[in-house]
Design a protein around this ligand. Structure first.
Ligand code: ZN
Ligand code: ZN
Length: 232
């Protein structure tokens, strides 16, 4: 991984996510242009909150259908936030994964999420897709994020059994159908645990909710989602 990262850095030098000039993932002067998520946003699904009643697709789900207790995301899925997700998907360079992990850890603290989570797990990719890409873009960010936030990181317990199209390519109404029964649990006992799921982007929340459904069925007490970006 290290050698590959250095090679990638040589052929594709780090360019700022904001101004696209070489030299840093984000220049210190460009940081203010990052699309950080700030209040007011819905404390359940992280969508921008225009009035008291959230219209986000997760919040509109009937009580029993929503397994996810809450979502927090670092950036809106726009501008430099979207650029970070795209670059992580197509070349998960070392500098970018470290930077993303740090941004996630800082946001985790800023949102006041305490570290009483028992586990942090990345949303898994189907093994075929992971093999094609060479890595899981959620996992390569979740790992440094977990280390910086003192969270116990585990991968491989939650599995994606079904090869599904990317949620970004599926129309809004079909997203929950697209991931229905896509995941299975292959890990140890998780009764009463509080679990944090990490993904690169939250679109409708269906993927995180479906993972949460599997974990709750195994007895997890609380399941939260944390993503680098949130699509509006
Ligand atoms: Zn810049
Ligand atoms: Zn909401």
């Amino acid at each position: 991984m290290e050698i590959l990262s250095k090679l990638a850095e040589f052929f594709y030098p780090t360019r700022c996510l904001v101004c696209k000039q070489a030299g840093a993932v984000v220049h210190s002067g460009c940081r203010t242009a990052l699309p950080y998520i700030e209040e007011p946003f819905c404390h359940t699904c992280a969508m921008p909150l225009k009035d008291r009643h959230c219209q986000g697709s997760l919040c509109r789900l009937p009580g029993r259908a929503r397994a996810l207790d809450g979502v927090r995301s670092v950036f809106w899925h726009t501008g430099a936030g979207r650029e970070a997700v795209l670059r992580l998907k197509y070349r998960g360079v070392y500098t970018l994964r470290t930077w993303s992990g740090q941004e996630a850890a800082e946001a985790f603290a800023r949102f006041g999420l305490s570290n009483n989570f028992d586990l942090l797990m990345p949303v898994p990719l189907h093994p075929l897709r992971e093999h094609k890409r060479g890595y899981n873009q959620a996992a390569i960010v979740a790992e440094p994020f977990a280390a910086l936030s003192n969270l116990t990181y585990r991968t491989g317990w939650l599995r994606r059994e079904r090869y599904t199209p990317s949620q970004l390519q599926v129309g809004g109404g079909n997203r929950s159908q697209n991931v229905r029964n896509a995941f299975s649990w292959q890990g140890p006992e998780i009764s009463n645990m509080k679990i944090l799921l990490f993904d690169d982007v939250c679109t409708s929340g269906s993927t995180l909710n479906e993972c949460a459904r599997v974990l709750k069925a195994k007895g997890a007490a609380e399941v939260w989602g944390f993503t680098l970006t949130r699509e509006v």
